[in-house]
Design a protein around this ligand. Sequence first.
Ligand code: MEV
Length: 443
Amino acid sequence: MIKGKGQGAFVSGFSKKTKVEKLDWISQQFHNPVQALEVLQNYNHSDKELQTLHDEFIENALTNFYMPLGVAPNFNINGTVLTIPMAIEESSVVAAASNAAKFWSTKGGFTATILGTEKVGQVHFMYHGDSQKLHQFFEQHNAALLASTDEITHNMRRRGGGITALSLVDKSDAIADYYQLDVRFETQDAMGANFINSCLEQLATQLKALAAKHPDFSEEEKAIEVVMSILSNYVPNCMVEAAVSCPVNELLPTVEDSKLFAEKFVQAVRIAEVEPFRAVTHNKGIMNGIDAVVMASGNDFRAVAAGIHAHAAASGQYRSLSKAEIKDGIFRFSLSVPLAVGTVGGLIKLHPLVRWCHELMGTPNAQELMQIVAVAGLAQNFAAVKSLVTTGIQQGHMKMHLLNILNQHQATESEKKAAIAHFKDNTVSHHRVANLLAKLRNA
Ligand code: MEV
């Protein structure tokens, strides 16, 4: 246990310490330094080279933080069968994805379609002067601004990407004197954050330089102030749609059950479209699938989540990301999400497990990865809503959580075996597991 509040210590130059010194300092913050150190060391990799690789990903790395990596097999995506890797700690997520994959594998599988791949960046700046003159300046120098990025965009252009549009946006209605350079990008198989930010910083420098010597500008107009240059993680034109569909009557073993199920399912999704409290949880279920694959693929799950939630709220109200309908006897369930992910750069080449995950997925390009991620989100959402409108969520969830509860009670292997057999036909709860263990231990 950590020492009480107020007993912590400031430290200077922590990042300059060696790893051993850091471990020593941090363990001294605990009541039992030996035990604290041991916990960290237990998670350290015995392969020195691999450990150094991980240590060098971030500053002040002390050890590794493990997350289970599971796989969900039997996904049929656009006719290709795939096993999807998922890095996630929540007990029921991989099982739910696997169930949904199997369910749809006999009904035509999943379709996934890329709706766009455009990325966005902005240079935010202040211009104190005549707006008309700024627009004229921009028209005159648009090509020179773009040309200033030639060196940075050279390789990307060779791969078919680069800057696709550059425009001036007047935001002075919102904040006095506030304008933007709005820049659109095609980044091919890269997520593109570094590329985009480098281009934006170059555009900002060139904007200031050109303005400073623009003969039509007053001294005040010449002094453009760049506030910041940064990509946007909101990518409404970098979209993918995943969908499943089948005749309503074929959803469940009987026609009657199928109809009832389809109607209830559509109602549940409709509720998530109009009711924000439900929408957030509904979308959280989608993110269970999306985040797990984004993590396994070595992509930035925070960027993906921020963009997706912005999209969910784009109408002015937070809504369901998925849609369900019954039309002409066909049940269709679909999900559209903005997804900026890459299959080159970043961690992808460096991290052996991430590389393994890409290989498992057939070394997808960025568009294929977008499709896989969206399908995982839809599968997860289907499994969750299916449970919610039929058995309720706890039955499956607690079953998957059983091992966690047993571990909390330090159950032995034979106790686990007995408990799994017992709860095959009984509902799991913390209390019931504790009671069963007590009985087993008394016997
Ligand atoms: C739990 O991680 C996710 C769910 O709450 C999603 C949902 O309610 O749709 C089951």
